[in-house]
Structure formats: C-alpha cells, structure tokens
Design a protein around this ligand. Structure first.
Ligand SMILES: Cc1cc2nc3c(=O)[nH]c(=O)nc-3n(C[C@H](O)[C@H](O)[C@H](O)COP(=O)(O)OP(=O)(O)OC[C@H]3O[C@@H](n4cnc5c(N)ncnc54)[C@H](O)[C@@H]3O)c2cc1C
Length: 468
C-alpha cells in the first residue's frame, strides 16, 4: 500500500492545488482525526481538495492505482467510513462555500460543508435548511443518507429539500443530477449515501425561519413510562410544527438538576415549535408540564442557538457505538425494556434517543427517494458514548443487548446514517424494496464499486435499465 500511495502522490504532484498529507506531515495528526474514537485509523494519504478539479484528479489517480478511497466531509460517520488504514482519504473540508439565492430561497453549498456553515450563511438572510441537530456534523454525509432534525416534521428530510447535486463520478467526470439530468442518479442520491460519487455541490430549498420556541423538561421515576405512553399516543395527532422527543439516560451532576435526582434514570424531553411562537406556547407547555416534571424551561431562541445546543454532548474522539431502528408504535413492553436497561447502564453518557418522524417527511412517497418508506414514525437510536477503551466491551454489549430485546417489536428497516460499521447485513434491510433499483443505478455509475467505503450497495455484473 505504501508504494501505491507514493504512486498516487507522484501522479498528483503538479496538478493538485490542495494539500497532500502523508504520515509525518505537521498537519497529518489533526487531519487524520475523525469523530468516533472507536474507529481511529491511519490513512497513507489525505488528499485535501481545494476544488472540483482536485477531486477529479484524486479520483482518477486513485482509480489508476487500484485504490478505493474513503471520502470525508465532516468525518462524523458513526461507522468510521471517512477514514481507512493505509489507503487514501479524499478530504473535502476546504470545500465549504455557501452561496444563497435569497429571492428564490435556494442555496448551493460545497461538499465539505458542516451543518454550522450552512446554518450561519442561511440564517444571515433569515432562511433555514432542514438538517441535523449538531452543528459540527458534515452536511455531505447527512444529506446523502437522508437527514433528520428539528425541522423535518414541518419541511421534510434534508434530502427531500435537495433540488440538485454536482458530483465527480467514479471515472472522474463531473455530472449533474436533478429531475432533468441523470434523474435515476438524483433519486439514488437522496438516501443512498456516498455510493455514487463525490458530491462537490448540493443545491437545496430553504425556508423562512429565524427563531423557534424551545422547551425542555426532565421526568423521573414512574413518570418516565407514563410520559412515554402519553407521547406515543399524542404524536400521531400532533401538528407538524411540533417536534417532541426524548433522551433516556442517567441524570448528570448538573446545577439544573435537583441534588436528590442526580445519578437516577431520567427521560430528558425536548420540544421545539417551529412557526407562530404565540400559538406554540400552549402546545409546548401542555406536553412538557406533565405530572411531576422537573426543570421545565420554555423560551423563544434563535434557530442558530438551537442548532448548536447539543454540540458539546458529542465531542470528537470519544468512543461511540449505535444501533437504530423504527417502530410502527411503541408498546408498553418496549418501554419497560428500555427502563430496565437504564438500570444497568455502563456509562452515564449512554442514551436511548426516541424521536417521532411523521409530518411532511412522512408525506413523501416511499418510491420518491432512495430513503424510502417513512410510514413507521418512531425512531429509536441506542447510543453508546464512553471514554475508555477498557469499557468497550461493556458498552457495546449494553447497546447490542438492548437492541436485541427491542428488535422483535420493530418493523424492518433502518436509517443508514445511524448504523454502525458492523451491520453490513442490514444495508439491504435499510433499502428493502428499493434495493434492486439502487443496484441498477450503482452498476451504471460505479460498476467497479470504486466508492465502497460506505454502507455499501455493491454493483451487479448484469446491467438493468435505469428507472428514471
Ligand atoms: C454528533 C452526531 C450527530 C448527528 N446528528 C444527526 C442528526 O441530527 N440527523 C441525522 O440525520 N444524522 C445525524 N447524525 C448522523 C450523520 O448523518 C452521519 O454520521 C453522517 O454520515 C455524517 O456526515 P459527515 O459528512 O460528517 O460524514 P463523513 O464521515 O465525512 O462521511 C460519511 C459517509 O458519507 C459519505 N460522504 C460524505 N460527504 C460526501 C460527499 N460530499 N460526497 C460523497 N460522499 C460523501 C462518505 O463517503 C462516507 O461514506 C449525527 C452524527 C453524529 C456523529
């Protein structure tokens, strides 16, 4: 591999405007770091691209040398797909330009943008792009996998708001994908992840929004099961403007938590109302002021603040492991299982995240995008989050055991962006009846599986006609 990487470097020298970072380079150690400390790897070369021409050169050189590169935007892949051992990383972190067309409520942003880049630029003109909840997440991986967040009940998933992609394909050519150009590819890129090329630019729709009503509350003891049952029954009838969800965890030693409750299992509720703030006050108060809820807070806040509120909970370099799935509804026994698992939690940072999709995201047809069916609205994400390698087995084991116990009550399917790196057999489950169509698109645009470091859709030797 060392000589192959050397070969790529020499072929790129002279034509590559960005940085070619090899181990030993002053910037290599920092450039090598990805979000999940569990999957730390040392690539042989990080090609930090300065623009589309650099991406083309990197793709062509890697292809000529028979190297399958990792592609990195924000480096937040839970599975660690944006790095590799000894090979090459195509790093887009310099390609972070955001251009806004205010009159038409559109933005074009670079393939290396973080969510915070997009939010800052769009909020400067009073507009918002529906995306994820942590500002240091890469927009590239998030949008290509689907993209859930505070606004998706009102405006759909991130991928539902994409008008077009510009990408460098496996042969190094630049393609556009939208409703008119390469429509099958356009369909596949909205949920199909990094399987089809390096997206250098996203063109997306924006929505007018600058503030939201944000509420939070804590529920302890018997209230946890009761509030989850109320949530389950209320959400199917709730307005699209409301997003209300939970993180089940252990109450930290923090000033806003009464001393006697620290260290106990807690359901931490968050409710966001996007829309007419006065209308939202009573709705948010109604869901949060439940029984003996503690530390209830409701305030109108800037959208930018909402978007970075959770940033510090998930810092880069910690050890993380996840398992995720969908429920059609949440049974009482599933709730019981979750509560039992909290009693045996090995790390106080671990969380069971519960969200309800529905709304505009659920009104997009199952065949309209590769993301597919949104009819099972309850989203579960069991997130292991801990500090020391010696605690790996206990935490991974906790996540797996809880997931296995809940699995029989789930519907088939999983959101690819919430999958870990050891779930290869679930990729097909994620795409279910879209699988053959995705394989056909993959076989057409990437027949050699050059883009294989992702939740992979392998090409088929048989080429099928592309369904537009
Ligand atoms: C702290 C944290 C918070 C999260 N919150 C949310 C959330 O609120 N909502 C949600 O939906 N998801 C969320 N996720 C999951 C997130 O969507 C995925 O981890 C996603 O892969 C992150 O994108 P990235 O660009 O940072 O990933 P990277 O690790 O850089 O890349 C991940 C994959 O995407 C591909 N890729 C990335 N950019 C491009 C590109 N420009 N062109 C082609 N392929 C590309 C890569 O090849 C790779 O396979 C969160 C993850 C973390 C770690």
């Amino acid at each position: 591999m060392v000589s192959t990487v050397e070969e790529i470097c020499s072929s790129l020298r002279g034509q590559f405007r960005g940085d070619l970072l090899r181990p030993g380079h002053a910037e290599f150690r920092e450039a090598q770091r990805i979000w999940n400390g569990m999957v730390a790897r040392t690539p042989g070369l990080i090609a930090r691209c300065n623009g589309v021409a650099d991406v083309q050169a990197a793709v062509r050189s890697a292809s000529a040398s028979g190297v399958f590169p990792a592609v990195r935007c924000g480096g937040h892949s839970l599975a660690g797909f944006s790095s590799c051992e000894g090979g090459m990383v195509i790093d887009l972190s310099r390609m972070r330009e955001v251009r806004i067309d205010v009159a038409n409520r559109r933005a074009r942003f670079g393939g290396g943008c973080l969510l915070g880049d997009v939010d800052r630029a769009t909020q400067a003109v009073g507009l918002a792009f529906p995306a994820g909840v942590v500002s240091h997440t890469g927009a590239g991986g998030l949008v290509l996998g689907g993209g859930t967040g505070w606004l998706n009940r009102l405006y759909g998933l991130s991928c539902d708001n994409v008008e077009g992609f510009t990408l460098v394909a496996a042969d190094g050519s630049v393609l556009r994908a939208n409703t008119k150009e390469n429509p099958a590819l356009f369909w596949a890129l909205r949920g199909g992840g990094g399987n089809f090329g390096v997206v250098t630019e996203f063109e997306v729709r924006l929505h007018p929004l600058t503030t939201v009503l944000f509420g939070s509350a804590l529920h302890f003891g018997d209230d946890i099961a009761r509030v989850l049952r109320q949530w389950r029954d209320f959400m199917p009838e709730s307005p699209d403007h409301l997003r209300w969800g939970f993180s089940l965890t252990i109450a930290p030693d923090a000033p806003h938590i009464p001393a006697r409750m620290r260290g106990l299992p807690v359901a931490s509720a968050s409710a966001v109302w996007a829309g007419n703030i006065e209308k939202g006050r009573s709705q948010v108060a109604r869901v949060l002021r439940f029984s003996n809820s503690v530390a209830v807070s409701i305030e109108e806040i800037p959208f930018l603040r909402l978007q970075s509120m959770a940033d510090s909970e998930f810092p880069r370099g910690r050890r993380y492991y996840t398992k995720s799935g969908f429920f059609q509804s949440l049974t009482d026994s599933s709730i019981e299982i979750m509560l039992e698992s909290l009693a045996a939690i090995p790390s106080p940072l671990n969380q069971i995240e519960l969200a309800y999709l529905g709304g505009a995201a659920a009104r997009v047809g199952a065949d309209e995008t590769a993301f597919g069916d949104r009819s099972a609205p309850f989203v579960l994400n069991v997130l292991g989050n801990w500090l020391k390698p010696e605690d790996d087995a206990a935490n991974v084991g906790w996540v797996r055991t809880l997931f296995a116990r809940l699995r029989p009550a789930m519907v088939p399917g999983v959101y690819v962006n919430f999958m870990s790196g050891d779930e290869e057999e679930r990729v097909r489950e994620a795409y279910r009846n879209r699988w053959e169509r995705l394989v056909a698109v993959k076989s057409h645009y990437d027949p050699k599986n050059f883009f294989c470091l992702n939740q992979n859709i392998p090409p088929s030797a048989k080429t099928a006609p592309l369904d537009p």
